[in-house]
Write a protein that binds this ligand. Sequence first.
Ligand SMILES: C[S@@+](CC[C@H](N)C(=O)[O-])C[C@H]1O[C@@H](n2cnc3c(N)ncnc32)[C@H](O)[C@@H]1O
Length: 337
Amino acid sequence: MAAAEPLAFRFSRAARTLKLSWAGLLSPLDLSPPQAALLRSLLAHHRTDIRELARLLDSDPMKVKHLADQLEEAGLILREVDPADRRTRALTLTSRGRERAAEVERLVQEQERWLAARLGEGGMAELSEALSAMEAVLDTTDHGPAAWDERHRRQPFSADPDPLVLEVASGLRAGRALDLGAGAGRNSLGLAELGWTVTAVDFSKVALDQLHNAARERGLEVEAVRADLLRYRPPRGAFQLCLLANIHLPEEQLARVLAVAASSLARRGHLLVIGHHAETPGEHGPRHHGLLFTEELLSRLLPPELAVVRLERHLRSHGGDRADTEDLALLLVARRR
Ligand SMILES: C[S@@+](CC[C@H](N)C(=O)[O-])C[C@H]1O[C@@H](n2cnc3c(N)ncnc32)[C@H](O)[C@@H]1O
């Protein structure tokens, strides 16, 4: 019997065929798949700019600009100065663009129905599960350690601690702090400088290597633990401060990590969560809008043994090549009862 064709090749071929069939479905609309993706994104997000669209589409801003030029020429989108921020030009759909985007949406549903009719409900669920398993194994998602390693390697994050973290920590008596998803440890090192004994946890080896090097250079000591936050179990009741800075996870995972964070706190210990607000105007934070913070989300997921002390929005400005855009952060400080 001939050896079965390797799974990876079958998978690539199926993806290629699906792509071709999608391009064929779109051709009567005179749209390419990337143009259709941009229209769908604008239909879902109503009014947005090139950077945000590039983030949503996981694409390069130059490519997105090129697509936007084509769609503007075809009369499907409009670009106008954003009254909220005169430096950016907001993109919206024209009425023709909205009609075309709705047709694209109808074709997306048609394609799903076509698949479902052939695979059946069980088959769709099995395929979806198999694809999730494959994404996890290949770590192709935005959330896996390999993706984070790559991000830390390519573009090291700012070395400056978050001033809000320092402000909150300076108001507390220094003790043991747990920095969950510490990255290269800018906040861990800032806390160590303030006299805290810090344990930094992250699953990115590259980030923890950067942390080690920075700690050595600055003569500071931070205990670094390489672990997945979804599996890590810190000692219970051992910390006076637990920090989650810019950790944006799917809701169910965030709830689990918050529960673990709460369990790590001693009585009257503080939890500090800071991250990108869903209403942030810039291109900061995770690409998927659903991962951004809102007051409602953090209040709802907060474990019952914690009481809110502060829940505030703060505008943060970033240095380097992102200095031109502001980032709206949400800060939560809660205390263990
Ligand atoms: C945006 S960075 C934030 C780093 C740091 N907290 C800061 O504010 O500078 C997110 C970090 O969380 C880590 N991370 C994300 N998901 C994780 C998980 N499930 N387990 C451990 N670390 C995780 C990533 O490796 C990355 O270093």
